[in-house]
Design a protein around this ligand. Structure first.
Ligand code: UDP
Ligand code: UDP
Length: 453
């Protein structure tokens, strides 16, 4: 039996697509191992891993024990998830003995994009094919792999970034740290990993040809960078476990009436912006389920809701909404019949879930790749994006503006129907055979792994 290992890195946005992929691989008569960096930074990651391995006992877990965190002098100004990735990177030499001890020997390793530069030399030395799983959009991949070629260009002076054969990416969509002339975590991360991707055996992206045809064609046609291995759209990966958390409040709401509001697993808005958001939701007149996050890392989120949004707002939102401050299983929420819209930061996993479940989206990108992802929302008919709102923390978006956009989304029947048709498209990559689901593009790759083994 061919043996495939998967190596995710830090943060739910990186872990989620890996466990979805691992779950899909189980129907292909393969031995699957997931190498999990240990400990995880967030509680959500450790809980999801625990549930996952209980649901899929046939998948083996190997822990990559990280070097102690205090060996790494992270700067408190820096993003904790990037610091954690740095710890994994610095611990990656420990992978050599781990990988070579796996039995039977690996037919392939699937590595998270953030570990490309540190893991490729190791798999090269061990002669193990290494596939990079890119956990954002193919459009973001075009920027990721070409960024290092712009090292000598002052991006700040440009209006847009031109990637051959593609529509230019406006400067305002580019993650701001990439425009700075000083070094920073994001620049180093993208430069180093983007450069090494040509040395991998293939790149996997959780997307579909029908959604990102131009970017995929440019990547595979050698237009973005020469020498890139083949980029396979393996998606959209379906949600993988339906542990239904009951949410009594949602069960009592009319069909399609609730706006779900969440900014993902690692984005904390300022208190001032949270208050405007609460005000906007109330003004809109629509029902809502709002997940409030006060800290990037969930383990540090210890304040009560009243302390964050104030007593008055906490009381008034009860009229029409439910506000929580804990982890909700987003797949379950988005698939609930009462949910009719999603105010999202446009993390790629959140968007793929909205596509898979056919829920219209009001895009409010906050940082990183999110504006590039948001640009697809309107293009594919999934929803609307008010691009004048800018990056998270740049300007405060007022309650009144938020209320108007929420009404525009929730009151638009055509948008609801368009989002439903995106769902049909989203599922086109899937092949139903008996009780198991197979992804067509993935099936081809698996044949290669079995043949070469
Ligand atoms: N998620 C969830 N519950 C939450 C917040 C997030 O289940 O309260 C999941 C969400 O469904 C998605 C992942 O965590 O699969 C977050 O990834 P995404 O790429 O959307 O954004 P990030 O959190 O990385 O910014
Ligand atoms: N940020 C955040 N969560 C993240 C990444 C960044 O809250 O997952 C914060 C980051 O610390 C900074 C702001 O968002 O204060 C802007 O992020 P940035 O433009 O640096 O882009 P990113 O590093 O997210 O790609």
């Amino acid at each position: 039996m061919s043996h495939i290992a998967l190596l995710p890195s830090s943060g739910m946005g990186h872990l989620t697509p890996f466990i979805r992929l691992a779950a899909l691989l189980t129907v292909h008569n393969l031995k699957i191992t997931i190498i999990t960096p240990y400990p995880t930074l967030s509680l959500a990651e450790s809980q999801v891993l625990f549930n996952f391995f209980s649901t899929f006992p046939q998948i083996r877990q190997e822990k990559l024990h990280l070097l102690p965190l205090d060996n790494f002098s992270g700067n408190s100004e820096e993003d904790p998830f990037y610091c954690h990735i740095e710890v994994i990177r610095r611990s990656s030499h420990l992978l050599s003995s781990l990988l070579s001890s796996l039995s039977p020997p690996l037919a392939a390793l699937i590595t998270d994009m953030s570990l490309t530069a540190s893991v490729i030399p190791i798999t090269e030395a061990l002669n193990i094919p290494n596939y990079i799983f890119f956990s954002s959009s193919a459009k973001m991949l075009t920027l990721f792999i070409s960024f290092h070629t712009k090292a000598n260009t002052n991006l700040y002076e440009m209006d847009a970034l031109q990637i051959p054969t593609l529509e230019p990416i406006p400067k305002s969509w580019i993650p701001p740290p990439l425009l700075q002339d000083i070094d920073n975590q994001l620049k180093t991360y993208i430069t180093e990993n983007g450069k090494e991707m040509t040395k991998s055996d293939g790149i996997l992206v959780n997307t579909l040809e029908s959604i990102e045809q131009e970017s995929l064609a440019a990547l595979n046609g050698g237009k973005v960078i020469l020498g890139l291995p083949s980029v396979t759209a393996i998606g959209l990966l379906p949600p993988c476990f339906n542990k239904c958390q009951s949410l009594a409040w949602l069960d009592t709401q009319p069909i399609g009436s609730v706006l779900y509001v969440s900014f993902g697993s690692r984005t904390a808005m300022s208190r001032e912006q949270l208050k405007e958001l609460g005000d906007g939701l109330m003004r809109s007149g629509y029902r809502f389920l709002w997940v409030v996050k006060d800290k990037k890392v969930d383990r540090e989120d210890d304040k009560d809701l009243e302390d964050i949004i104030g007593n008055e707002l906490t009381e008034s939102v009860k009229e029409r909404g439910l506000v929580v401050k804990h982890w909700l299983n987003q797949e379950n929420i988005l698939s609930h019949p009462a949910v009719g819209g999603f105010l999202s930061h446009c993390g790629w996993n959140s968007l793929t879930e909205a596509m898979w479940l056919g829920v219209r989206v009001l895009a409010w990108p906050q940082h990183g790749d999110q504006k590039i992802n948001a640009s697809l929302v309107e293009r594919i008919g999934l929803g609307i994006w008010e691009s004048s709102w800018g990056w998270g923390g740049e300007d405060i978006v007022k309650g009144q503006q938020i209320a108007e956009k929420v009404s525009e989304l929730m009151g638009n029947e055509l948008l609801r129907m368009k989002a439903v048709s995106v769902r049909e498209k989203a599922r086109a990559g899937m092949e139903l055979g008996g009780t198991s689901m197979k992804m067509k593009a993935l099936a081809k790759l698996i044949e290669t792994w079995k043949k070469d083994n």
